[in-house]
Design a protein around this ligand. Sequence first.
Ligand SMILES: [Zn+2]
Length: 319
Amino acid sequence: MSQPISQLYDRITDFFAAGHLPGQLEQAIQSGKLSRAIFIDPEPAKARTPYANLDDKEIKLQATFLSYLWSFCYCMIRFQQMTIDQIEAPIVRLRNSSEAPILNVLFDWANSLRDTYSDWPTDLPTPGQDSQRILEADALFLFAIRYLMFHEVGHLILHESSADFIRREKRNPSLSAEDSRRFRMMELQADDFAIDTLLAANTAEPHRYMNMVGAAIAQLASLFLLKDDDLRGGRTHPDFDERLKRLAKKASFSEQQHTLFFDGTISIGLQVFFERYAVDFLPVDSEAWRLTDFSDLFDMLYQKIDERKALYVQHRPFI
Ligand SMILES: [Zn+2]
């Protein structure tokens, strides 16, 4: 039986093609930097993030990862809705909701794909069902996966001349500090390429908002695929919080509601992440604490991330 996510394959490729600047992808294809084909690996294996193959210039997606990302989108939209419903208590309290059992099962299943493949459990939301919630998840998923695909296009277009360096040094366990810095810079360049291209290709406010939220979701989704809450990026990637902050700097919306929802998305993602690792980020008097704007909340969340990173530096200095 085909996997439920396969119902969105055509839309993924169509949406990808619609995100570029005029002539941009065609030019990259003509000059041999990018393959026209996009490969989606259907093998039932544990989740693997998208990547660009330096040899055949193809963007490689994987069915398990796509299922994971869709489920993450579905849950994040519902978490967002719950916090709006409980506007007096801006800290996510998922246990209070009647939807919690379904979301918990879907979220846990999605996260289990990090280690082991299993079929999509029955009786859970899937792509292709005809309901408002599913349609919202489909839409957000398409923006998130497109951002990740453009990140890979960024690597293929910008880093063609570094292909030999990447092949040679990627798995080098004793990478020099300078080479490590070069790898990290390439990741930030690909992040910037992705979001800058998508924002430039369609400047209408609703698209701007959805592209930004899709990018935030894509970045947040990567947190939950980590083995632990060590948010340092390691030898070849920037720290995860650095990438999120860099993205957030590009968030300027003409509608205040969009700013609120964008900040809400990042804050909820980080809160759920800490909840997962039972890390308490709230001040001691949190019952009396009220949110005035997101900056207080972000200060607390990012401070907690810095503390966790410092702990890992002590116990696991070399990564
Ligand atoms: Zn990358």
